[in-house]
Design a protein around this ligand. Structure first.
Ligand code: ADP
Ligand code: ZN
Length: 518
């Protein structure tokens, strides 16, 4: 059947070859296997269910929450002669009835449905009267509470599928799934021994860098003015920061636009258009900017602050280099920015569980900001893709600084954490190592620990930084919750027993393209 699939690829879409993963996913479906496919946005998911739908008898159901996308896809399919239709809230009552009638008569190869529209009676009659060989579920992470976009309607859908007399094949697609989310999707949708594909997350034309310990304002001014002719986006975490950064650039004569939720629709639309048509080169924005813009020639994305999770970071950074040309993604990182994100989570709307999940995602983001590993590898790994080689161009890969042996300091810190028995946060551990006379420390009798004052030669902030570094490298773990406590991981043992040396690269100067030296 894969020959027919290839033939359809050429005939219907005009493409000669499948992209990474597409062929395996399609042949898995055609072999009758449930599927979980994790491909980045733009990776070519739609073809993976559209082609099988053309080759299988009956009507394939496509569940998607993206109403605007449905119409585009259905129009495109119809243009190439594939009968398709959609059911969502944009249809009037009469249109809606027509589509349902057509569907029940088996007129379509593909029927797109918004999950909210798939109410019980309708799902019932569709599933009883239609030959449905395959249900393709787009944005499948919406079924998981661990994802960033949980939707109850997806849960309901999962229940219906499970109760169907003639359960079709189920193929779940998403662009963002950590291992946890992937497991959750499999469980919730009751996928049967699914073929799992995770691929295509690496973006070889992006050079990622994390920049720490610089004067951020000077860095930004220099970075942007050196790239006057290039389109770029500067992301900041809050409206206020957007205003500040925008003012800063304006003060240096850089014509920048600004974009955030506090501006009127008209203002936002105007700046977005100007940016699109290169009338302004730089856009300073919150994460409100980007949904739906698909500007190909964005040459850099600079993050003024860390984001709350790796998903958001990579989505925003990934707006650089859509055209495949070399592009830069720079993250300015200050450990203190973690507090801004923490605050945003705490002020957010989620319930306690949701907040705990967000906090653990924030910790992964901090680990990313501090890791010595290849940044591209780190991200790809995070999304569950394995076997990707170091990129050779990120700030970690380019870091030529001499590694320093820090085993002794690691032992001091780790044994102190061990003795504090997972009951205290980083700050308190740092105070103990510093030998501080802090009142709470004395109340807890922590000055009697043998590790008290072991690192008194260092400033407390540096000790805390050192502890965070050990977290990032996986020797220590931070708990979730509002007051995260620090404890040892399994990796700490070999260090404490003297079986492992710890090397740390000390970045005397920032490694980052040409603009770091000021
Ligand atoms: P996703 O849903 O994963 O975000 P799409 O299915 O919309 O991505 O595909 C993104 C783009 O890639 C579309 O323009 C699509 O036509 C194109 N595309 C998909 N597969 C191929 C292929 N095998 N060869 C060339 N282009 C492809
Ligand atoms: Zn790298």
């Amino acid at each position: 059947m894969i020959h027919e699939a290839r033939e359809a690829l050429k005939r219907v879409y005009g493409y000669d070859t499948f992209r990474k993963g597409q062929e395996e996913i399609i042949s898995g479906i055609l072999d009758g296997r449930d599927t979980l496919a994790i491909l980045p946005t733009g990776g070519g998911k739609s073809i993976c269910y559209q082609i099988p739908s053309m080759l299988l008898p009956g009507t394939t159901l496509v569940v998607s929450p993206l109403i605007s996308l449905m119409k585009d896809q259905v129009d495109a399919l119809r243009r190439v002669g594939v009968p398709a239709a959609f059911l969502n809230s944009s249809l009037g009552a009469a249109e809606y009835r027509d589509v349902v009638r057509g569907a029940l008569q088996g007129e379509y190869k593909l029927l797109y449905v918004a999950p909210e529209r798939l109410d019980a009676p309708m799902f019932q009659s569709l599933s009883e009267q239609l030959a449905i060989p395959l249900i393709a579920i787009d944005e499948a992470h919406c079924v998981s509470q661990w994802g960033h976009d949980f939707r109850p309607s997806y849960r309901q859908l999962a229940g219906w599928i499970a109760r169907m007399a003639n359960r079709p094949l189920v193929a779940a697609f998403t662009a963002t799934a950590t291992n946890e989310v992937a497991r959750d999707i499999t469980e919730m949708l009751k996928l049967r021994e699914p073929n799992v594909f995770v691929t295509g997350f690496a973006r070889p034309n992006l050079s990622l860098s994390v920049v720490t310990g610089v004067d951020k304002k000077r860095f930004l001014e220099k970075f942007v003015t050196e790239r006057k002719e290039q389109s770029g986006i500067v992301y900041a975490a809050t409206r206020k920061e957007v205003e500040n950064v925008h003012e800063l650039l304006a003060g240096r004569g850089v014509q920048a636009g600004k974009y955030h939720g506090g501006l009127s629709d008209a203002e936002r639309a105007e700046t977005q258009e100007k940016f699109r048509f290169d009338e302004i080169r730089v856009m300073v924005a919150t994460n409100a900017f980007g949904m739906g813009i698909d500007k190909p020639n964005v040459r850099y994305v600079l993050h003024w602050q860390m984001t709350g999770d790796i998903e958001s970071y990579y989505q925003e950074a990934g707006r650089a280099g859509r055209d495949g040309e070399e592009s830069e993604c720079v993250l300015l990182f200050e450990p203190a920015d973690m507090q801004v994100q923490r605050f945003l989570i705490e002020q957010g709307t989620g319930d306690a569980d949701r907040k705990a999940i967000q906090l653990s995602k924030l910790h992964m983001m901090m680990n990313f900001s501090r890791t010595q590993r290849c940044l591209q590898q780190f991200i790809v790994d995070y999304f569950g893709e394995t076997g990707v080689a170091p990129c050779g161009k990120c700030s970690s890969c380019l870091d030529k600084s001499e590694p320093v042996n820090r085993t002794d300091e690691a032992k001091m810190a780790l044994s102190c954490v061990g003795r504090m028995k997972g009951r205290f946060g980083v700050t308190m551990v740092a105070k103990v190592l510093k030998g501080s006379r802090d009142k709470r420390l004395l109340e807890f009798g922590l000055d009697r620990l043998s590790t008290y004052g072991l690192m008194r030669h260092l400033p407390e902030k540096e000790i805390a930084d050192w502890l965070y570094w050990l977290v990032a490298e996986g020797y220590l773990r931070l708990s979730e919750g509002q007051y995260p406590v620090v404890s040892l991981t399994a990796s700490a043992l070999p260090v404490l027993e003297g079986r492992e040396t710890i090397m740390q690269r000390v970045r005397a100067t920032v490694r980052q393209s040409a603009s770091a030296d000021h």
